[in-house]
Design a protein around this ligand. Structure first.
Ligand SMILES: CC(C)(COP(=O)(O)OP(=O)(O)OC[C@H]1O[C@@H](n2cnc3c(N)ncnc32)[C@H](O)[C@@H]1OP(=O)(O)O)[C@@H](O)C(=O)NCCC(=O)NCCS
Length: 179
């Protein structure tokens, strides 16, 4: 697999969306995405309590990007500046050639296929550009919208991890090469 190279940052474009690097002007949305109870119901993350927390998070993410450690895209509707959600590739494992994805969408923008569009682009990036062997996602067993998204994209149940389930997707390009 390739080393993650995020400098310059790989902006991903889909039919309706731009997946781009976070900027400090995203702090208001990041604050909501990391504090709205509807979004946090199934995910265990440090809850943002202030705009300062949101700005600190953006700073931390951009340091990871500068160090080529993990990729984190803000999801923007084409023609609008504010982000409606985010998606990442992190926990990059160069030995097993795998990385984990995680994602959130603001509830106002759920049910419209925006994460479907986003994850399609991130899977393509992970398999075609990074040449990952496998992509994984950790999801609570009762997070049905997330499980539905993963299954729709070919992820299958892999294993149990504490109170979560791991779903995984094998790189189809590598399966073909392996015969
Ligand atoms: C997980 C999450 C991103 C899924 O959001 P979502 O909007 O349901 O995801 P999708 O983009 O796959 O959209 C699918 C829905 O849009 C509908 N849809 C509408 N237009 C569509 C289009 N053009 N293409 C695809 N689906 C479309 C689908 O029918 C489906 O609706 P349904 O669930 O009622 O059948 C969202 O629930 C979320 O952010 N949850 C909180 C954070 C979280 O739990 N993250 C995951 C941690 S593992």
């Amino acid at each position: 697999m390739q080393r993650l190279n995020l400098n310059p940052f790989p902006v991903l474009e889909t039919e309706r969306l731009l997946l781009r690097q976070l900027i400090n002007d995203d702090a208001q949305e990041i604050f909501i995405h990391r504090s709205d109870k509807r979004i946090l119901e199934f995910i265990d993350i440090p809850v943002a309590k202030s705009m300062a927390d949101a700005l600190a998070f953006i700073g931390k993410i951009n340091n990871f990007i500068a160090a080529n450690e993990s990729a984190y895209w803000g999801i923007q509707l084409k023609g609008r500046q504010e982000i409606i959600g985010s998606i990442c590739l992190w926990n990059v494992d160069y030995v097993e050639e795998k990385a984990e994805t995680g994602y959130v969408l603001h509830p106002d923008f759920q049910g419209k296929g925006y994460m479907q569009e986003s994850i399609t682009a991130v899977i393509k990036f992970g398999f075609q550009k990074l040449n990952l062997n496998k992509m994984v996602a950790e999801v609570r067993h009762d997070n049905l919208p997330s499980i539905k998204l993963l299954r729709r994209n070919g992820f299958v149940f892999d294993s149990v991890s504490e109170d979560c389930e791991i779903y995984s997707l094998q790189n189809p390009l590598q399966e073909t090469v392996a015969g």
